[in-house]
Design a protein around this ligand. Structure first.
Ligand code: NAD
Length: 485
């Protein structure tokens, strides 16, 4: 199959070259073959896209919310009508097994449906004043042009979580997917344009972060930056935004602990630990990065967890039968995993299962790594830094106090998982844990219905849920004196 060439949508135009010397070659991480090309948008194209979004803003923001909602519903239908193709593209560019890619596609469609419903519920307030003749109304209006910049682990899902609320709020958007995985996202944006979204409302630019991303985020015509990616990139964007006092929403790195109390239902905790440590090859912002287990159940939990991890199959995401785990998305991701495991070995940790790339078979050609469970060791790198790979360290603790203190000790605060049968422990621990989400006896996460916020260095602002829409709206107070002569 000849690799296809994706195109950008800029205003009413479809653009197939980026204006920079080289287009971006997108690599299949399962076999390192090129699966497509995307334009590397230079400064001129980024400017064109922002100007198109600015021109479209007046009309789009003034439309009745119900009209914007109708457009979002059309996009949701378009996504569902192309679900098979989009899922296949996601697997080819990102690596996850096809059924997980299909779930990501349906989550993207669900985001457009959810915010279509929310668009018409942006209510204001009337505020009592201290005068008989003064009236005060509080209304919410969109920021303007939004730069939506996302990373590669859930390319379509993460972008949908930005596009849907931004468009529902009345913002217009210039979207920049990751240079590693731009293809499905560019397809979605082309589909939205072809489904009748007015020109300029949703534009796309692809390219590297250092060039295209930086031009976009630093463009004075952009009023709002909504970003998902690494903490160090988030910090750079915050600095860029400070220049023009732009509004910023950041969804950044995590280092999610799982706490397993002595009374935890292990028949639930073990499979959930497997799911959240190894799904998407551990490339989840809310992946379980460290497991604190109370001593009385530590041995049973660890043995069952390692045995279940060892049973997981690893292979190309399009293989039949489908594997449990695909490859890591890039050589850099694989390098980091290898570095963290080597560090653990050096620190005296026991590698209970995995700890290597698959030795042979189809999985040996790509960026694959076996699901790995580590126990013990002192000062492990993987207990401080996000591995972003299929590696889970287990640490034994004497009591829940020790687990909570250790969980709160890092500068990350995205998600903490807690397993216990005790309702009082659930509440008191959940209140003490310094995370935007505490998930008790469940590893569900990133659901469009609930707010998802990173605390500390895991982010700024909120994504998803009703609060995720408010991020794209600013407050205006209309004061009206009606006692004029
Ligand atoms: P990254 O931060 O390097 O890149 C993300 C995006 O930013 C890409 O589109 C990239 O091109 C762009 N970019 C990079 N440098 C830029 C710059 N200087 N200016 C403008 N744009 C720039 O991505 P990464 O670190 O490989 O992503 C993985 C991280 O994302 C992990 O830490 C993970 O936890 C995090 N993540 C967080 C969430 C969440 O919801 N909190 C979700 C998924 C992933």
């Amino acid at each position: 199959m000849t690799p296809g060439r994706a195109s950008l949508v800029i205003g009413a135009a479809t653009v197939s070259g980026g204006g920079q010397a080289d287009d971006i070659a997108v690599i299949n991480p399962a076999d390192q073959q090129i699966v497509g090309y995307a334009p590397a948008a230079g400064e001129q194209l980024v400017d064109d896209a922002v100007q198109a979004a600015r021109r479209a803003y007046g009309d789009w923001s003034a439309r009745p919310a119900a009209e914007r909602a109708a457009h979002l519903s059309v996009i949701a239908r378009w996504i569902r009508s192309r679900a098979g193709e989009l899922a296949r593209t996601l697997t080819l560019e990102q690596g996850k097994p096809l059924s997980e890619a299909a779930s990501e596609v349906s989550a993207a469609a669900a985001a457009f449906d959810y915010y279509a419903a929310e668009a018409v519920r942006v209510y204001g307030q009337t505020v009592p004043t201290d005068s008989r003749t003064l009236r005060s109304l509080v209304i919410h209006q969109p920021y303007g042009v939004t730069a939506a910049i996302t990373t590669w682990n859930y390319p379509l899902g993460l972008m949908a979580w930005k596009l849907a609320p931004a468009l529902a709020a009345g913002c217009t958007v210039v979207a920049k997917p990751s240079e590693l995985t731009p293809l499905a996202t560019l397809d979605l944006i082309r589909g939205a344009a072809e489904s009748g979204l007015p020109p300029g409302v949703l534009n796309s630019v692809s390219g590297t972060g250092a060039a295209t991303g930086r031009y976009l985020a630093g463009h004075p015509g952009v009023a709002k930056i909504s970003f998902t990616g690494g903490t160090s990139t988030g910090r750079q964007l915050l600095e860029l935004a400070a220049r023009d006092i732009k509004s910023v929403t950041l969804e950044l790195g995590g280092h999610s602990p799982m706490i397993v109390a002595a009374d935890a239902p292990l028949s639930l905790a073990v499979p959930d630990a497997v799911k959240r440590s190894f799904r998407n090859a551990g490339q989840l912002c809310n992946s379980v990065n460290r497991i604190f287990v109370e001593r009385p159940v530590a041995q049973e939990f660890t043995e069952k967890f390692a045995a279940a991890a060892a049973r997981l199959t690893v292979g190309p995401g399009l293989a039949d039968p489908e594997p449990d785990i695909g490859p890591l998305t890039s050589a850099a991701a694989l390098d980091r995993v290898e570095r963290h495991v080597a560090d653990a070995r050096q620190a005296g940790a026991e590698v209970l299962t995995g700890g290597a790339r698959p030795p042979d078979g189809p999985a040996s050609a790509g960026y694959f790594y076996l699901p790995t469970v580590v126990r013990g060791g002192d000062g492990l790198l993987m207990l401080r830094e996000e591995t972003f790979g299929p590696v889970a360290p287990v640490v034994v603790v004497d009591d829940l106090d020790e687990a909570i203190t250790a969980a709160n000790a890092l500068d990350f605060g995205l998600v903490c998982y807690l397993y216990t049968r005790d309702l009082r422990t659930s509440f008191t621990a959940a209140e003490r844990l310094e995370f935007g989400t505490v998930s008790v006896n469940s590893v569900g996460g990133g659901d469009v219905h609930y707010p998802y916020a990173g605390w500390k260095r895991s982010g700024l602002g909120v994504e998803l849920g009703r609060q995720g829409l408010e991020e794209y709206l600013r407050v205006k107070n209309i004061r009206m004196e009606i006692g004029y002569p």
